[in-house]
Design a binder for this molecule. Structure first.
Ligand SMILES: Cc1cc2nc3c(=O)[nH]c(=O)nc-3n(C[C@H](O)[C@H](O)[C@H](O)COP(=O)(O)OP(=O)(O)OC[C@H]3O[C@@H](n4cnc5c(N)ncnc54)[C@H](O)[C@@H]3O)c2cc1C
Length: 440
């Protein structure tokens, strides 16, 4: 019997495992990952955008009120959450997965320019955003982001915050698992959990494909990404009832040509197309993955029935139950522009994708950019609503917990895991001990 089993080898399990290993060093911890390596799904460096979400560049965290002022509460919240995650990362043996890359917002058209100006005024008055600069001057844009500035006409505005970051979440995940394995945890790949049942004493029995067929644990964390809901259902906890998932796939355009890559050092976020979800906001990103610099543009969001890149075409149909079908149908009815947009992206041609890129990089040469597949997102659908956040689902007795949803995701892994600890170990005050550890 293990004290802890973490199902899934992504950044959520790695974060929780590292925290538990430090707080309770005598506990036995086992990680079970179905693929041949850890960090091969959403947490892989190339499967996500690597943005350290801190509210600096994403317009969806700020909204304009009817009086023309801008509500910055969500941006402040995300910035504080990312600061907590960064404090934790600074305690790891290395943080070479985190690089300074300025975060910019770039908008076009008079209404968007007015919004960005008001957003900058509101944000730069807050201590967390005081480094943010604003410009409508072509010479400044040319200095901040030459690829975006060249050949630029019409009305536009931009902000820039030099405190932004690019994160190789895959490398961070591997670092954490390597360190756990060096200090006694068992990190096992090629092992897929296929069933869970709870014993009378509250512990869990896990059926596993690959290696030993059965494992037991006192506490189980389902860090299984898009497959977490499936496992929660197998565990049969009532807290999972009513949840459904909407799968959203994505593609990026990637440029590795160093003459182009060397001229860009920023993550430049735009505004989403009408009716589009926040995660389809186009952005032009400097990426540093495995030490190599590239530029990514996208994502082009689409849809397919898989909940993970290495998932199954039956993921969506099999997830539909009596307790979530009404909610899924209501969500589909209330979000027809979004569903239409996701389906239309599936048929978007290379020329359409290049046209979207040229709105950011007017002189982009199509031959410099290759289409690459991004990770799969499984967005939460609950009570007929599509939710864009990340939610913790935990059993009443605190013996099993999971995380659903994908945004802001990896950047907020530490606050999310503090919430898991608060809900599952109330008597031991582990969440409080993490807060103290990070404030010391
Ligand atoms: C296109 C895209 C862009 C994104 N951009 C950003 C960004 O810029 N910034 C940011 O902060 N976040 C971003 N995210 C979100 C972020 O990637 C995720 O929140 C995060 O990686 C989720 O980590 P995880 O550990 O929950 O899941 P994953 O990394 O998906 O790991 C889950 C693991 O569980 C394994 N597994 C599943 N089922 C089983 C089973 N039954 N038995 C054993 N193992 C199993 C899987 O193989 C996988 O390895 C993005 C996501 C996507 C898809």
């Amino acid at each position: 019997m293990d004290d802890v089993i973490l199902v899934g080898g992504g950044i959520m399990s790695a974060t929780l495992g590292t925290l538990l290993h430090r707080l309770e060093p005598t506990w036995s911890i086992r990680v079970l990952e179905r693929l041949p390596r850890v960090a091969a799904e959403a947490s892989d460096g190339w499967n996500n955008a690597g943005t350290g979400h801190a509210g600096l560049c994403e317009t969806n965290y700020t909204t304009m009120r009817s009086d023309g002022s801008v509500d910055i509460a969500r941006a402040v919240g995300v910035a504080q959450q990312f600061a907590t995650t960064r404090r934790f990362w600074s305690t790891l043996p290395t943080s070479d997965f985190l690089r300074p890359v300025p975060h910019m917002t770039f908008v076009r058209g008079a209404d968007n320019v007015a919004f960005l100006r008001a957003r900058h005024r509101a944000l730069s008055a807050h201590p967390l955003f005081e480094a943010m600069e604003y410009t409508e001057d072509p010479a400044v844009l040319q200095r901040w982001a030459p690829l975006v500035g060249e050949g630029r006409t019409g009305s536009w505005a931009a902000t820039r915050d030099a405190t932004g970051t690019d994160v190789d979440f895959g490398a961070a995940t591997r670092h954490m698992f390597d360190a756990m394995a060096r200090t006694g945890a068992s990190v096992e790949t090629g092992r897929e959990v296929r069933g869970l049942s709870q014993a009378r004493d509250g512990s869990w029995r896990l059926e596993v494909r690959g290696g030993r067929p059965v494992e037991h644990a006192r506490f189980v964390f389902l860090g299984a990404g898009g497959w977490a809901l499936k496992l929660l259902r197998q565990a049969g906890i009532p807290e999972a009832r009513g949840y459904g998932l909407l799968p959203i796939s994505g593609q990026f355009l990637r440029c590795d040509r160093h003459e182009v890559v060397d001229r860009h050092d920023a993550k430049v976020y735009g505004t989403p197309p009408v009716g589009a979800p926040p995660m389809s906001v186009p952005h032009l990103d400097t990426r540093i993955v495995g030490g190599q610099r590239s530029i990514l543009f996208g994502p082009y969001a689409g849809t397919n029935p898989r909940f993970m890149k290495h998932g199954s075409l039956l993921d969506l149909p099999r997830s539909i139950r009596r307790d979530n079908i009404g909610s899924l149908l209501t969500m589909a009815r209330n979000n027809t522009p979004l569903i239409a947009l996701l389906l239309s992206e599936l048929t978007a041609t290379r020329a359409t994708k290049t046209a979207a890129l040229r709105q950011f990089v007017p002189h982009a040469a199509s031959a410099d950019w290759a289409i690459v597949g991004a990770g799969q997102r499984a967005q939460i659908v609950k009570a007929g609503e599509l939710r864009f956040g990340t939610e913790v689902v935990a059993s009443q007795d605190g013996t099993i917990a999971s995380v659903l949803g994908a945004s802001p995701g990896a950047s907020t892994a530490v606050p999310i895991m503090i919430e898991v600890l608060r809900r599952c170990f109330p008597g031991r005050e582990l969440d409080q001990r993490v807060r103290e550890m990070l404030s010391a």
